[in-house]
Unconditional design. Structure first.
Length: 133
C-alpha cells in the first residue's frame, strides 16, 4: 500500500478551503458578495480540474507506453476536461452562473469515473484464469 506524505495530505486538505469558504459565502445574504463568491468558486473549481487534466498530460509525456490509442485517449480526455473548464468559466457571461456549477460537477464526476476505470486497468493485481501461484 502506498502512503501519502504528510505534506501532500496537508496541502490537499488546505486545497479544500477555497471550496468551503467561497461556497458558504456564495450562500450569503448580500447578493453582490454572493455573486462574487460564486464567481470565485467557479474559477477555483475550474482551476483544480484543469490542474488534474494537466497531470494526465505529464503522465503521458513521461510514459513509456507504446499503445498510441491509449495515449490519444489520455490526451483527448485531458483536453475535454480543459474545454469543460473553459465553458464553465465563460458560461456566466451568457447564462445563469449556477449552470457553470452543473458543468463542473458533471466534469468532476466524469473525471472520477475515468480515473477509477484507469486505476482498475493499471493496478489490477488479480491473476488471469488458470494461472498458478
Amino acid at each position: 500500500m502506498v502512503t501519502m506524505a504528510l505534506l501532500a495530505i496537508l496541502l490537499s486538505v488546505l486545497g479544500l478551503a477555497p471550496f468551503v469558504v467561497c461556497g458558504l459565502a456564495a450562500l450569503g445574504s448580500d447578493p453582490v458578495t454572493a455573486a462574487r463568491m460564486l464567481t470565485a468558486l467557479i474559477g477555483y473549481a475550474a482551476l483544480v480540474l484543469a490542474f488534474s487534466a494537466g497531470i494526465h498530460w505529464g503522465f503521458e509525456l513521461q510514459s513509456p507506453q507504446q499503445d498510441r490509442a491509449v495515449g490519444r485517449t489520455r490526451l483527448g480526455l485531458a483536453a475535454a476536461a480543459l474545454v469543460a473548464c473553459w465553458i464553465a468559466i465563460a458560461l456566466p457571461m451568457v447564462a445563469a452562473a449556477w449552470l457553470s456549477l452543473v458543468v463542473l460537477i458533471a466534469a468532476y464526476i466524469g473525471a472520477v469515473l475515468i480515473e477509477q476505470q484507469a486505476a482498475k486497468l493499471v493496478f489490477d493485481t488479480t491473476e488471469p484464469a488458470g494461472a498458478t501461484s
